[in-house]
Unconditional design. Structure first.
Length: 268
C-alpha cells in the first residue's frame, strides 16, 4: 500500500479529513522549502503538495505564478526539488509528498530517469497538469513501476465519461478543481461542488480532494464536509509572498494559518 493510500485509510478510520497544503519549491528561496514542509506537518498537514516551479504555469493564478518566478530567480530546478524531498525524508518518513507541475521539466529529464529519481527521493505521487492519461503511455507505466501514484484533475466541466477515464487511470486520490479558472480564482458554490462530488463518487472508490479557491478555515471546513481532502494553495503562498524577506515570519504565519484550517476541519 502506498503512503498516500495508507494515510487516507488511517484518516478514514479516525473519521478525519486530509489537509493538503501546497507550496512552491524554492519559494522565496530554496533554503526555506524543507523547513516549511516540516512546519506544515507540525501544524496538521496530512499530505504535502510541492509545486515544481515552471516558467509558464498555465493552471495557476497570479499568486502561484509569482511564486514560480521567485523560485526560478534562484534557478530552482526539478533536480533541486527532488533533493528537497530527499532532505525532508531524513526527518519524516511518513508524510506523503505529491509533486505538482508541468510536463516539460519531466520530459527534459526523461520519464524513466524522473520516476526512478523521484521514487528514490521519497516522492509518493505526481500531478502533471498538462499530460492527460491518453497521452501518458510512456509516462504512466514508469510511475507505476516505481510505486508512484498518478494524480489527475477533474473539473466542473468534466463529463461522466471523462470522469470514468481519469479515475480509471488514477491512484492515490483524485483532485477535483472546485471552480472554473485558475488557482486562487472565484467564489465557491457549495451546492455545485456537492452535485459534482456525487458524480465522481459514483465512478470511483478513490478518495476525492477538493482545491482551487479555498481561502480560509471556514471554507475549508465546508469543503471538508463534502470531500475526503481539502487542498489549500494560493492562500498559503500569499503568506509566503507577504513575508518573503523574513523566513522565520513565513514559518510562523503559514504555520498559524494551517493550524487554523486543521482545527476547522477537525470540528467538522
Amino acid at each position: 500500500m502506498s503512503r498516500i493510500a495508507s494515510r487516507f485509510e488511517t484518516l478514514r478510520a479516525q473519521g478525519r479529513k486530509a489537509l493538503v497544503p501546497f507550496i512552491t519549491a524554492g519559494d522565496p528561496q530554496p533554503s526555506v522549502t524543507v523547513p516549511l514542509m516540516h512546519t506544515l506537518v507540525e501544524h496538521g498537514a496530512d499530505i504535502i503538495e510541492l509545486g515544481v516551479p515552471f516558467s509558464d504555469p498555465m493552471a495557476d493564478g497570479p499568486v502561484i505564478q509569482r511564486a514560480s518566478e521567485r523560485a526560478l530567480a534562484h534557478h530552482t530546478s526539478l533536480h533541486d526539488v527532488l533533493e528537497m524531498v530527499r532532505n525532508f525524508r531524513r526527518d519524516d518518513a511518513d508524510t506523503p509528498v505529491v509533486l505538482m507541475g508541468y510536463l516539460n521539466p519531466i520530459e527534459a529529464m526523461g520519464y524513466r530517469t524522473f520516476a526512478e529519481q523521484a521514487a528514490q527521493a521519497g516522492v509518493d505521487g505526481v500531478l502533471t497538469v498538462d499530460i492527460p492519461p491518453e497521452e501518458g503511455d510512456d509516462f504512466l507505466p514508469v510511475l507505476r513501476e516505481q510505486g508512484i501514484d498518478p494524480i489527475y484533475l477533474l473539473a466542473p466541466t468534466s463529463t461522466p465519461d471523462r470522469i470514468r477515464q481519469l479515475t480509471a487511470a488514477a491512484s492515490g486520490f483524485v483532485y477535483y478543481v472546485s471552480l472554473k479558472g485558475v488557482t486562487g480564482a472565484g467564489n465557491l458554490d457549495l451546492q455545485s461542488v456537492a452535485d459534482k462530488m456525487r458524480e465522481i463518487r459514483a465512478a470511483t472508490d478513490l478518495p476525492v480532494g477538493v482545491g482551487f479557491g479555498i481561502k480560509d478555515a471556514e471554507t475549508a471546513r465546508a469543503m471538508g464536509g463534502l470531500a475526503d481532502a481539502v487542498v489549500v494553495g494560493s492562500a498559503i503562498v500569499s503568506r509566503v509572498e507577504r513575508h518573503a524577506d523574513d523566513p522565520q515570519a513565513i514559518l510562523a504565519s503559514v504555520g498559524a494559518f494551517v493550524g487554523e484550517i486543521r482545527q476547522a476541519l477537525d470540528r467538522g
